[in-house]
Design a binder for this molecule. Structure first.
Ligand SMILES: CC(C)(COP(=O)(O)OP(=O)(O)OC[C@H]1O[C@@H](n2cnc3c(N)ncnc32)[C@H](O)[C@@H]1OP(=O)(O)O)[C@@H](O)C(=O)NCCC(=O)NCCS
Length: 171
């Protein structure tokens, strides 16, 4: 995982696990997200300090946070964050958010591939995502990973993708 990946438009990002010292980077990332992107990921207009802690303090036996970091003018900037919670039932729940200026360049694809791989390593057989509404890019990212089933209830969409052992060899 800890190598540099080239995604679309020559953008280079480094994937790594988040750490407690990332608070400032995470705060800056959350502040620049558009209202729509925030809403789709956090179901709320402005995620606060609780979300900063969520992204920077975690028990790796229960949850992993992976960051895609871009170098801009010599400084590290977060391009996207994915988190995966291991539910212990063979299901891992994933959520992803990519900074608006970095969307459509393959950052989401890179993050979800690594998350799928980490989830398989931890014994998951399925990856699940909760979507607020129809969310074509996220659905596409899940479908790329494997056979995907979508269920809709009360306007919310749940997407479940079957993982394969081969995905565990990708990290
Ligand atoms: C969902 C999200 C993470 C995708 O990140 P991204 O970096 O833009 O994703 P990528 O560029 O890697 O790939 C997106 C895929 O969706 C496809 N896509 C984009 N817009 C689409 C649309 N309107 N309809 C269908 N497919 C679409 C892209 O073509 C691409 O698929 P491809 O590689 O097969 O061509 C990003 O849009 C985001 O942060 N959204 C807000 C938060 C959110 O919705 N999170 C999901 C809920 S947890």
């Amino acid at each position: 995982m800890a190598t540099t990946h080239e995604v679309g438009d020559g953008l280079r990002v480094r994937l790594r696990l988040a750490r407690p010292s990332d608070g400032e980077l995470v705060r800056a990332f959350l502040e620049t997200l558009s209202p729509e992107t925030r809403h789709r990921r956090f179901f709320s207009p402005m995620p606060g300090e609780r979300m900063v802690r969520h992204f920077t303090f975690f028990d790796p036996r229960e949850r992993l946070i992976v960051m895609a970091a871009a170098m801009t003018e010599g400084n590290e900037q977060i391009a996207g964050i994915a988190d995966v919670a291991l539910l212990g039932t063979g299901v891992a729940e994933v959520a992803v958010v990519v900074d608006d200026q970095f969307q459509h360049q393959g950052v989401g694809k890179l993050l979800t591939e690594v998350i799928a791989s980490l989830a398989v390593h931890q014994g998951a057989t399925h990856l699940r995502a909760q979507l607020l509404e129809h969310n074509a890019p996220m659905l596409r990212l899940m479908e790329r990973l494997g056979r995907t089933v979508r269920t809709v209830a009360d306007g919310n969409t749940e997407v479940t993708t079957r993982l394969t052992a081969a995905q565990g060899r990708a990290t």
